[in-house]
Design a protein around this ligand. Structure first.
Ligand SMILES: Cc1ncc(COP(=O)(O)O)c(C=O)c1O
Length: 391
């Protein structure tokens, strides 16, 4: 059985594109790396990205000898502030990267007007937004290239994993070549991933969650289990040696199962989001902004709190899986921002968001019992929950 082809077919059927337009990679970041490589840009050409992202995004840019240029975000959408993009454009700018932060598409029409005016490529970072849409077009389907992630925290999980869809025909050929050159994951990779997927499946958000998470983070830092990022990616801007890998059979098999149920997955998360909306409204707080132009996938449900450390410590006491995600502008990096070309204090909105955000879970593991416990916790912590304007 060709598991890679089976997954490509499933993705192509869902996104209504050609099988040849789908590229599979070990992680989403590898897809981004390949897309940028395929663009054949000049050294130090500039890629515009939101100043509220994951460090692996600027890493993939820097590994290509290109330069990330950050633009602050909109506090309501957590996405790039479109009105600030033009100020960041120079004669070296080649790409705007539009991110679906926490599952919400950027305002693509407005973004594309700027891209067209300055003759720039648009890459969509759909790592949080698989299954969502912008004005009835599925995320990732209206741009030159888009990439997706199936890492633990994303819309669906194959442990780790990623893929791209490439609409631009010139780019597609180069990406097909890039994919052919990726190293096949080893048998050890497959076995370790299989064990991790099995453990995660059993564990869900049960009482052991916090201990398991701490253990997983420790072991992945030491490169003992397959983590979302290797220790090296967090401390340096050198490309790790085993970065350029393809997607293994284990991941593809799980991927086929998950893509088949992606619509149910999105609906499930939207219902959980509605539940959180209502809790917040009942507590007299602002619910998460959801603009009419997009179908939000709610990979997570972000809220802002006054004292995040305190809030998370309390959540841990109650054994609640409230996530510390995007706790830095280039998550999870806390220092040496300049290494990633990020100038401290230049992007006040992203900085504030990164200091005060926590994320509520929305995935299939959230059962009625957990929903109720989260509701009770939010009520107890009511005074901690704030709007952006109150910070
Ligand atoms: C915004 C964003 N882009 C890209 C990625 C990379 O995805 P992957 O972990 O599959 O490489 C992540 C991962 O967390 C992310 O949050």
């Amino acid at each position: 059985m060709n598991y890679q082809l089976a997954l490509k077919k499933e993705i192509a059927a869902f996104l209504n594109c050609e099988v040849e337009e789908v590229i599979l990679t070990w992680k989403g970041r590898v897809s981004l790396f390949g897309i940028l490589k395929s663009l054949k840009l000049q050294e130090n050409d500039e890629i515009i990205i939101p100043a509220f992202t994951c460090v692996v995004v600027p890493n993939a840019i820097i590994y290509n000898n290109l330069k990330p240029v950050y633009v602050d975000v909109d506090p309501k959408t957590y996405n790039i502030e479109i009105s600030k993009i033009e100020n960041a454009i120079t004669n070296r700018t080649k790409v705007i990267l539009a991110q679906n932060t926490f599952g919400l598409s950027s305002d693509m029409d407005a973004l594309k007007v700027i891209a067209k005016k300055h003759n720039l490529f648009v890459i969509e970072d759909c790592t949080h937004g698989f299954g969502g849409s912008y004005k009835n077009h599925l995320n990732g389907t209206t741009v030159d290239a888009a990439f997706f992630s199936s890492q633990w925290n994303k819309m669906f999980s194959t442990g780790i994993g990623g893929f791209a869809i490439i609409k631009n025909p010139i780019l597609r050929e180069k990406m097909n070549e890039f994919e052919r050159q990726l190293v096949t994951p080893s048998l050890k990779d497959e076995i370790v991933l299989k064990i991790q997927l099995f453990a995660k499946n059993i564990l869900g958000y049960k009482a052991l969650y916090w201990n398991a998470l701490k253990l997983y983070r420790y072991l992945s830092k030491k490169n003992i289990v397959i983590g979302s990022s290797s220790g090296g990616e967090m401390g340096s801007t050198e490309m790790p040696t085993d970065y350029l890998k393809g997607l293994s059979n284990v991941q593809c098999k799980k991927g086929v199962f998950e893509v088949k149920r992606i619509k149910d997955n999105v609906t499930f998360r939207q219902n959980i989001a509605k539940y959180y909306d209502n809790i917040l409204i009942d507590l007299g707080k602002e619910k998460l902004f959801a603009p009419p132009y997009a179908e939000h996938t709610y990979t997570k449900y972000p809220i802002l709190v006054k004292d995040r450390d305190f809030f998370l410590q309390e959540a841990e006491k109650y054994k609640l899986p409230i996530h510390d995600w995007f706790i830095s502008q280039i998550h999870p990096i806390k220092e040496d921002f300049q290494k990633w070309f990020l100038i401290p204090n230049k992007y006040p909105i992203s900085e504030k968001l990164a200091n005060h955000i926590v994320n509520l879970p929305t995935d299939f593991s959230v059962n009625n019992n957990l929903k109720k416990r989260i509701a009770d916790f939010l009520e107890i912590q009511r005074s901690q929950i704030v709007s952006f304007e109150e910070l």
